[in-house]
Design a protein around this ligand. Structure first.
Ligand code: UD1
Ligand code: UDP
Length: 386
Protein backbone atom coordinates (compact mmCIF):
# COMPACT_ATOMS: atom_id res chain seq x y z
CA UNK A 1 0.00 0.00 0.00
CA UNK A 2 1.41 3.40 -0.88
CA UNK A 3 1.79 5.90 1.93
CA UNK A 4 -0.04 9.23 2.01
CA UNK A 5 2.58 11.96 2.01
CA UNK A 6 1.86 15.05 4.08
CA UNK A 7 3.98 18.16 4.16
CA UNK A 8 3.89 20.14 7.42
CA UNK A 9 4.74 23.83 7.18
CA UNK A 10 6.10 25.36 10.39
CA UNK A 11 8.03 28.53 11.10
CA UNK A 12 7.16 30.07 14.46
CA UNK A 13 7.52 28.60 17.96
CA UNK A 14 3.87 27.62 18.53
CA UNK A 15 3.71 25.86 15.16
CA UNK A 16 6.63 23.62 16.01
CA UNK A 17 4.88 22.70 19.26
CA UNK A 18 1.57 22.07 17.44
CA UNK A 19 3.28 19.93 14.78
CA UNK A 20 4.59 17.68 17.56
CA UNK A 21 1.00 16.54 18.29
CA UNK A 22 0.58 15.43 14.67
CA UNK A 23 4.04 13.81 14.54
CA UNK A 24 3.36 11.87 17.72
CA UNK A 25 -0.02 10.64 16.48
CA UNK A 26 1.56 9.50 13.20
CA UNK A 27 4.34 7.69 15.07
CA UNK A 28 1.92 5.99 17.45
CA UNK A 29 -1.05 5.21 15.19
CA UNK A 30 -0.51 5.86 11.50
CA UNK A 31 3.10 5.01 10.63
CA UNK A 32 1.90 2.34 8.17
CA UNK A 33 -0.33 4.82 6.32
CA UNK A 34 1.28 8.26 6.51
CA UNK A 35 4.71 9.61 5.67
CA UNK A 36 5.40 13.13 6.93
CA UNK A 37 7.85 15.73 5.79
CA UNK A 38 8.52 19.03 7.55
CA UNK A 39 9.44 22.34 5.99
CA UNK A 40 10.59 25.07 8.38
CA UNK A 41 10.38 28.54 6.87
CA UNK A 42 12.98 29.92 9.28
CA UNK A 43 10.61 32.64 10.53
CA UNK A 44 11.91 31.84 14.02
CA UNK A 45 15.61 31.03 14.05
CA UNK A 46 16.96 31.69 17.56
CA UNK A 47 17.76 28.41 19.27
CA UNK A 48 15.28 29.04 22.09
CA UNK A 49 12.44 29.82 19.66
CA UNK A 50 13.08 26.86 17.37
CA UNK A 51 15.76 24.18 17.88
CA UNK A 52 14.92 23.51 21.52
CA UNK A 53 11.46 22.33 20.56
CA UNK A 54 12.70 19.82 17.98
CA UNK A 55 15.04 18.38 20.62
CA UNK A 56 12.69 18.37 23.56
CA UNK A 57 9.46 17.34 21.82
CA UNK A 58 11.17 14.65 19.72
CA UNK A 59 9.99 15.92 16.38
CA UNK A 60 11.81 14.91 13.23
CA UNK A 61 14.28 17.64 12.28
CA UNK A 62 12.96 19.71 9.37
CA UNK A 63 13.61 18.07 6.01
CA UNK A 64 13.91 21.61 4.60
CA UNK A 65 14.80 24.87 6.32
CA UNK A 66 14.20 27.87 4.09
CA UNK A 67 16.19 30.18 6.40
CA UNK A 68 13.95 33.16 5.64
CA UNK A 69 14.54 35.01 8.93
CA UNK A 70 13.02 38.33 10.01
CA UNK A 71 11.89 40.98 7.52
CA UNK A 72 8.92 43.21 6.75
CA UNK A 73 5.77 41.16 6.25
CA UNK A 74 5.60 41.35 2.44
CA UNK A 75 9.24 40.51 1.92
CA UNK A 76 9.25 37.75 4.55
CA UNK A 77 6.05 36.14 3.22
CA UNK A 78 7.16 36.32 -0.41
CA UNK A 79 10.49 34.62 0.35
CA UNK A 80 8.58 31.89 2.17
CA UNK A 81 6.20 31.39 -0.77
CA UNK A 82 9.12 31.04 -3.18
CA UNK A 83 10.84 28.48 -0.94
CA UNK A 84 7.71 26.45 -0.18
CA UNK A 85 6.81 26.36 -3.87
CA UNK A 86 10.14 24.74 -4.66
CA UNK A 87 9.69 22.14 -1.94
CA UNK A 88 6.19 21.36 -3.21
CA UNK A 89 7.39 20.86 -6.76
CA UNK A 90 10.03 18.46 -5.52
CA UNK A 91 8.06 16.54 -2.90
CA UNK A 92 4.62 16.51 -4.57
CA UNK A 93 2.82 15.75 -1.27
CA UNK A 94 -0.78 14.50 -1.17
CA UNK A 95 -1.65 17.43 1.09
CA UNK A 96 -0.12 20.27 3.07
CA UNK A 97 -0.80 20.80 6.78
CA UNK A 98 -0.78 24.36 8.12
CA UNK A 99 -1.03 25.46 11.73
CA UNK A 100 -2.46 28.66 13.18
CA UNK A 101 -2.11 32.12 11.74
CA UNK A 102 1.46 33.25 11.22
CA UNK A 103 3.09 34.54 8.06
CA UNK A 104 4.41 30.99 7.57
CA UNK A 105 0.79 29.74 7.56
CA UNK A 106 -0.25 32.25 4.92
CA UNK A 107 2.79 31.52 2.75
CA UNK A 108 2.01 27.79 2.90
CA UNK A 109 -1.64 28.42 2.01
CA UNK A 110 -0.80 30.55 -1.03
CA UNK A 111 2.02 28.37 -2.33
CA UNK A 112 0.05 25.12 -1.96
CA UNK A 113 -3.35 26.28 -3.18
CA UNK A 114 -1.94 27.91 -6.30
CA UNK A 115 -0.21 24.67 -7.22
CA UNK A 116 -3.45 22.77 -6.45
CA UNK A 117 -2.16 20.83 -3.46
CA UNK A 118 -5.01 20.35 -0.93
CA UNK A 119 -4.51 22.44 2.18
CA UNK A 120 -5.43 21.17 5.64
CA UNK A 121 -5.76 24.01 8.14
CA UNK A 122 -5.47 23.17 11.82
CA UNK A 123 -6.90 25.93 14.07
CA UNK A 124 -9.30 27.09 11.37
CA UNK A 125 -12.08 29.61 11.99
CA UNK A 126 -10.55 31.59 14.83
CA UNK A 127 -11.30 35.27 14.47
CA UNK A 128 -10.49 38.38 16.48
CA UNK A 129 -12.57 40.59 14.16
CA UNK A 130 -9.63 42.99 14.13
CA UNK A 131 -8.06 43.12 10.70
CA UNK A 132 -5.28 45.40 11.86
CA UNK A 133 -3.71 42.26 13.36
CA UNK A 134 -1.47 40.52 10.82
CA UNK A 135 -2.71 37.18 12.18
CA UNK A 136 -6.36 37.98 11.38
CA UNK A 137 -5.54 38.51 7.70
CA UNK A 138 -3.41 35.36 7.69
CA UNK A 139 -6.24 33.29 9.20
CA UNK A 140 -8.97 34.48 6.89
CA UNK A 141 -6.89 33.98 3.75
CA UNK A 142 -5.56 30.61 4.84
CA UNK A 143 -9.04 29.31 5.66
CA UNK A 144 -10.34 30.35 2.26
CA UNK A 145 -7.50 28.50 0.51
CA UNK A 146 -8.14 25.26 2.44
CA UNK A 147 -9.87 21.98 1.64
CA UNK A 148 -10.11 20.49 5.13
CA UNK A 149 -10.65 22.97 7.97
CA UNK A 150 -10.38 21.84 11.58
CA UNK A 151 -12.01 24.35 13.93
CA UNK A 152 -10.95 23.86 17.55
CA UNK A 153 -13.97 25.50 19.21
CA UNK A 154 -17.69 26.10 18.71
CA UNK A 155 -17.03 29.79 18.15
CA UNK A 156 -14.47 29.03 15.44
CA UNK A 157 -16.82 26.58 13.72
CA UNK A 158 -19.62 29.17 13.72
CA UNK A 159 -17.28 31.80 12.29
CA UNK A 160 -16.59 29.54 9.32
CA UNK A 161 -20.29 29.04 8.72
CA UNK A 162 -20.92 32.76 8.83
CA UNK A 163 -18.20 33.23 6.19
CA UNK A 164 -20.07 30.89 3.84
CA UNK A 165 -18.49 27.49 4.61
CA UNK A 166 -21.17 24.76 4.43
CA UNK A 167 -21.18 21.98 7.02
CA UNK A 168 -23.34 19.85 4.69
CA UNK A 169 -20.73 19.55 1.90
CA UNK A 170 -20.09 15.95 0.89
CA UNK A 171 -17.02 14.29 -0.66
CA UNK A 172 -15.00 14.58 -2.78
CA UNK A 173 -13.68 17.63 -0.96
CA UNK A 174 -11.81 20.33 -2.84
CA UNK A 175 -10.89 23.96 -2.32
CA UNK A 176 -14.28 24.80 -3.86
CA UNK A 177 -16.11 22.16 -1.85
CA UNK A 178 -14.27 22.27 1.48
CA UNK A 179 -15.07 20.24 4.57
CA UNK A 180 -15.29 21.94 7.96
CA UNK A 181 -15.00 20.05 11.23
CA UNK A 182 -15.54 20.94 14.84
CA UNK A 183 -12.69 19.17 16.61
CA UNK A 184 -10.88 19.84 19.84
CA UNK A 185 -7.56 21.57 20.12
CA UNK A 186 -4.32 19.71 19.40
CA UNK A 187 -2.67 21.90 22.04
CA UNK A 188 -4.87 20.21 24.63
CA UNK A 189 -3.49 16.84 23.38
CA UNK A 190 0.00 18.28 23.83
CA UNK A 191 -0.60 19.72 27.26
CA UNK A 192 -1.87 16.40 28.61
CA UNK A 193 1.04 14.51 27.11
CA UNK A 194 3.87 16.88 28.00
CA UNK A 195 2.53 17.75 31.47
CA UNK A 196 2.84 14.10 32.38
CA UNK A 197 6.31 13.94 30.80
CA UNK A 198 7.39 17.08 32.70
CA UNK A 199 6.19 15.42 35.90
CA UNK A 200 8.20 12.25 35.19
CA UNK A 201 11.37 14.17 34.35
CA UNK A 202 11.35 15.90 37.75
CA UNK A 203 12.96 19.04 36.34
CA UNK A 204 14.39 21.42 38.91
CA UNK A 205 13.51 24.45 36.86
CA UNK A 206 11.27 26.17 39.44
CA UNK A 207 13.70 25.51 42.27
CA UNK A 208 16.55 26.95 40.22
CA UNK A 209 14.56 30.14 39.74
CA UNK A 210 13.71 30.16 43.43
CA UNK A 211 9.97 30.11 42.71
CA UNK A 212 7.34 28.92 45.14
CA UNK A 213 4.14 27.26 43.98
CA UNK A 214 1.19 29.69 43.73
CA UNK A 215 3.31 32.67 44.69
CA UNK A 216 4.16 34.06 41.29
CA UNK A 217 2.41 35.38 38.22
CA UNK A 218 3.65 34.24 34.83
CA UNK A 219 3.84 37.09 32.30
CA UNK A 220 4.40 36.79 28.54
CA UNK A 221 4.30 39.67 26.04
CA UNK A 222 5.13 39.45 22.35
CA UNK A 223 2.32 40.98 20.21
CA UNK A 224 3.48 43.85 18.04
CA UNK A 225 0.67 46.05 19.43
CA UNK A 226 2.34 45.78 22.85
CA UNK A 227 6.03 45.51 22.03
CA UNK A 228 6.10 48.31 19.46
CA UNK A 229 3.99 50.82 21.42
CA UNK A 230 6.09 52.38 24.16
CA UNK A 231 3.13 53.76 26.07
CA UNK A 232 1.34 50.40 26.20
CA UNK A 233 4.50 48.55 27.23
CA UNK A 234 5.24 51.14 29.92
CA UNK A 235 1.65 51.04 31.24
CA UNK A 236 1.60 47.26 31.43
CA UNK A 237 5.01 46.79 33.03
CA UNK A 238 4.74 49.80 35.35
CA UNK A 239 1.40 48.54 36.67
CA UNK A 240 2.72 45.00 37.10
CA UNK A 241 5.72 46.23 39.08
CA UNK A 242 3.49 48.04 41.53
CA UNK A 243 1.06 45.07 41.80
CA UNK A 244 3.91 42.62 42.40
CA UNK A 245 5.43 44.84 45.07
CA UNK A 246 2.15 45.58 46.90
CA UNK A 247 0.97 41.95 46.88
CA UNK A 248 4.36 40.26 47.46
CA UNK A 249 3.96 38.28 44.26
CA UNK A 250 6.93 37.40 42.09
CA UNK A 251 6.62 38.18 38.39
CA UNK A 252 8.21 35.68 36.01
CA UNK A 253 8.71 37.00 32.51
CA UNK A 254 10.12 34.65 29.86
CA UNK A 255 10.25 37.31 27.19
CA UNK A 256 10.27 36.87 23.40
CA UNK A 257 13.41 38.50 21.92
CA UNK A 258 11.25 41.16 20.25
CA UNK A 259 10.08 42.40 23.69
CA UNK A 260 13.61 42.61 25.05
CA UNK A 261 14.82 44.39 21.89
CA UNK A 262 12.04 46.96 22.33
CA UNK A 263 12.64 47.45 26.04
CA UNK A 264 16.39 47.90 25.60
CA UNK A 265 16.03 50.42 22.81
CA UNK A 266 12.87 52.32 23.78
CA UNK A 267 12.60 51.96 27.57
CA UNK A 268 16.15 51.31 28.82
CA UNK A 269 15.47 52.77 32.27
CA UNK A 270 12.42 50.56 32.85
CA UNK A 271 14.34 47.56 31.52
CA UNK A 272 17.17 48.28 33.99
CA UNK A 273 14.67 48.55 36.85
CA UNK A 274 13.01 45.24 35.90
CA UNK A 275 16.37 43.47 35.79
CA UNK A 276 17.24 44.71 39.27
CA UNK A 277 14.01 44.12 41.14
CA UNK A 278 14.23 41.19 43.51
CA UNK A 279 10.63 40.06 42.80
CA UNK A 280 10.95 40.19 39.00
CA UNK A 281 12.61 37.47 36.90
CA UNK A 282 13.14 38.46 33.29
CA UNK A 283 14.39 35.28 31.64
CA UNK A 284 15.00 34.14 28.05
CA UNK A 285 12.26 32.12 26.32
CA UNK A 286 11.90 28.74 28.00
CA UNK A 287 11.36 25.24 26.61
CA UNK A 288 7.83 23.84 26.40
CA UNK A 289 8.32 21.52 29.39
CA UNK A 290 9.65 24.43 31.43
CA UNK A 291 6.72 26.55 30.31
CA UNK A 292 4.31 23.84 31.41
CA UNK A 293 5.92 23.81 34.86
CA UNK A 294 5.72 27.60 35.06
CA UNK A 295 2.05 27.61 34.03
CA UNK A 296 1.00 24.72 36.22
CA UNK A 297 2.48 26.16 39.42
CA UNK A 298 1.60 29.82 38.91
CA UNK A 299 -0.98 31.84 40.79
CA UNK A 300 -2.20 33.56 37.64
CA UNK A 301 -1.13 34.12 34.04
CA UNK A 302 -0.87 37.50 32.33
CA UNK A 303 -0.32 37.33 28.59
CA UNK A 304 -1.00 38.55 25.08
CA UNK A 305 -0.29 35.09 23.64
CA UNK A 306 -3.01 32.97 22.07
CA UNK A 307 -1.52 29.65 23.14
CA UNK A 308 -0.74 30.72 26.68
CA UNK A 309 -4.35 31.90 27.22
CA UNK A 310 -5.58 28.38 26.56
CA UNK A 311 -2.88 26.74 28.59
CA UNK A 312 -4.00 28.88 31.55
CA UNK A 313 -7.37 27.14 31.18
CA UNK A 314 -5.84 23.67 30.85
CA UNK A 315 -4.02 24.25 34.15
CA UNK A 316 -7.02 25.94 35.79
CA UNK A 317 -5.35 29.31 36.25
CA UNK A 318 -7.03 32.68 35.87
CA UNK A 319 -5.76 34.67 32.91
CA UNK A 320 -5.42 38.38 32.27
CA UNK A 321 -5.26 39.05 28.54
CA UNK A 322 -3.24 42.09 27.45
CA UNK A 323 -5.36 42.63 24.36
CA UNK A 324 -8.61 44.33 23.33
CA UNK A 325 -10.13 41.11 22.04
CA UNK A 326 -9.43 37.40 21.82
CA UNK A 327 -10.12 34.55 19.43
CA UNK A 328 -10.58 32.21 22.42
CA UNK A 329 -13.78 33.96 23.42
CA UNK A 330 -15.14 31.04 25.46
CA UNK A 331 -12.50 31.80 28.11
CA UNK A 332 -13.78 35.34 28.55
CA UNK A 333 -17.42 34.21 28.58
CA UNK A 334 -16.45 31.70 31.25
CA UNK A 335 -15.11 34.50 33.44
CA UNK A 336 -11.69 32.89 33.89
CA UNK A 337 -9.99 35.17 31.37
CA UNK A 338 -10.39 38.93 31.37
CA UNK A 339 -9.46 41.33 28.61
CA UNK A 340 -7.68 44.39 30.00
CA UNK A 341 -6.02 45.74 26.84
CA UNK A 342 -3.13 47.83 28.24
CA UNK A 343 -5.29 49.77 30.66
CA UNK A 344 -3.61 50.17 34.09
CA UNK A 345 -6.94 50.45 35.94
CA UNK A 346 -8.43 47.31 34.42
CA UNK A 347 -5.16 45.43 34.86
CA UNK A 348 -5.03 46.39 38.54
CA UNK A 349 -8.71 45.59 39.21
CA UNK A 350 -8.62 42.22 37.48
CA UNK A 351 -5.32 41.23 39.07
CA UNK A 352 -6.79 41.91 42.53
CA UNK A 353 -10.07 40.20 41.60
CA UNK A 354 -8.25 37.02 40.56
CA UNK A 355 -6.01 37.04 43.65
CA UNK A 356 -9.13 37.06 45.78
CA UNK A 357 -11.45 34.81 43.79
CA UNK A 358 -9.18 32.24 42.17
CA UNK A 359 -10.50 29.35 44.26
CA UNK A 360 -14.09 30.02 43.18
CA UNK A 361 -13.45 29.78 39.43
CA UNK A 362 -14.42 26.80 37.27
CA UNK A 363 -12.77 25.51 34.13
CA UNK A 364 -15.05 23.40 31.92
CA UNK A 365 -13.58 21.26 29.13
CA UNK A 366 -13.85 23.40 26.00
CA UNK A 367 -11.08 21.84 23.95
CA UNK A 368 -11.85 18.23 23.15
CA UNK A 369 -10.76 14.88 24.54
CA UNK A 370 -6.99 15.03 24.06
CA UNK A 371 -7.16 12.90 20.90
CA UNK A 372 -7.73 15.63 18.34
CA UNK A 373 -4.57 14.91 16.35
CA UNK A 374 -5.67 11.30 15.81
CA UNK A 375 -9.09 12.46 14.64
CA UNK A 376 -7.55 14.90 12.17
CA UNK A 377 -5.25 12.26 10.69
CA UNK A 378 -8.13 9.80 10.40
CA UNK A 379 -10.10 12.37 8.42
CA UNK A 380 -7.13 13.10 6.16
CA UNK A 381 -6.88 9.38 5.38
CA UNK A 382 -10.60 9.29 4.59
CA UNK A 383 -10.11 12.11 2.09
CA UNK A 384 -7.75 9.78 0.24
CA UNK A 385 -10.07 6.78 0.66
CA UNK A 386 -7.64 5.01 3.01
C1 UD1 B 1 5.17 35.56 15.16
C2 UD1 B 1 3.73 35.53 14.60
C3 UD1 B 1 2.74 35.58 15.74
C4 UD1 B 1 3.01 34.48 16.76
C5 UD1 B 1 4.47 34.53 17.20
C6 UD1 B 1 4.76 33.32 18.06
C7 UD1 B 1 3.37 36.61 12.43
C8 UD1 B 1 2.89 37.81 11.75
N1 UD1 B 1 3.50 36.70 13.76
O1 UD1 B 1 5.33 36.79 15.85
O2 UD1 B 1 1.44 35.40 15.23
O3 UD1 B 1 2.18 34.69 17.87
O4 UD1 B 1 5.33 34.46 16.05
O5 UD1 B 1 5.87 33.52 18.85
O6 UD1 B 1 3.64 35.63 11.81
N2 UD1 B 1 13.08 37.66 16.40
C9 UD1 B 1 14.22 37.22 16.98
N3 UD1 B 1 14.55 35.90 16.85
C10 UD1 B 1 13.81 35.02 16.16
C11 UD1 B 1 12.63 35.48 15.55
C12 UD1 B 1 12.29 36.80 15.68
O7 UD1 B 1 14.95 37.99 17.63
O8 UD1 B 1 14.17 33.82 16.10
C13 UD1 B 1 12.71 39.10 16.55
C14 UD1 B 1 13.14 39.92 15.35
O9 UD1 B 1 13.51 41.19 15.83
C15 UD1 B 1 11.86 40.03 14.57
C16 UD1 B 1 10.81 40.06 15.66
O10 UD1 B 1 11.29 39.19 16.66
O11 UD1 B 1 11.81 41.17 13.75
C17 UD1 B 1 9.44 39.60 15.20
O12 UD1 B 1 9.51 38.29 14.64
P1 UD1 B 1 8.34 37.75 13.69
O13 UD1 B 1 8.59 36.33 13.34
O14 UD1 B 1 8.13 38.69 12.59
O15 UD1 B 1 7.07 37.88 14.58
P2 UD1 B 1 6.76 37.38 16.06
O16 UD1 B 1 6.57 38.59 16.91
O17 UD1 B 1 7.75 36.37 16.47
N1 UDP C 1 6.02 28.95 24.99
C1 UDP C 1 7.21 28.31 25.34
N2 UDP C 1 8.21 29.05 25.90
C2 UDP C 1 8.09 30.39 26.13
C3 UDP C 1 6.88 31.02 25.77
C4 UDP C 1 5.88 30.28 25.18
O1 UDP C 1 7.33 27.09 25.16
O2 UDP C 1 9.05 30.99 26.63
C5 UDP C 1 4.94 28.16 24.38
C6 UDP C 1 3.62 28.30 25.08
O3 UDP C 1 3.53 27.37 26.15
C7 UDP C 1 2.63 28.04 23.97
C8 UDP C 1 3.33 28.60 22.76
O4 UDP C 1 4.70 28.68 23.09
O5 UDP C 1 2.43 26.65 23.77
C9 UDP C 1 2.76 29.96 22.50
O6 UDP C 1 3.57 30.65 21.66
P1 UDP C 1 3.54 32.24 21.53
O7 UDP C 1 3.05 32.85 22.78
O8 UDP C 1 4.88 32.62 21.05
O9 UDP C 1 2.54 32.46 20.31
P2 UDP C 1 0.96 32.50 20.11
O10 UDP C 1 0.35 31.32 20.76
O11 UDP C 1 0.47 33.79 20.66
O12 UDP C 1 0.82 32.50 18.62
Amino acid sequence: MSLIKILNVVGARPQIIKASAISRAIRNHFSQEIDEKIVHTGQHYDKELSDVFFDELEIHLPHYNLGVGSARHGRQTSMMITGIEEVLMKEKPDCVILYGDTNSTLAGALAASKLHFPVVHIEAGLRSFNKSMPEELNRIMSDHASTLLFAPTNAAFKNLISEGFRPENSPPYTIDNPKIYLTGDIMYDNTLFYASLAEKKKLLFLENLNLKKDNYALVTIHRDTNTDDVLRLENILGTLISLGRQNSITLVMPFHPRTVISLKSKLPQLYGELCNLEFVRIIPPVTFLEMILLEKNSRMIITDSGGVQKESHFFKKPCIVLRKETEWIELVRNGTARLVDADPVRLRNDFLYFIEKHEELEYPGFYGNGKTAEFILQEILLMFDK
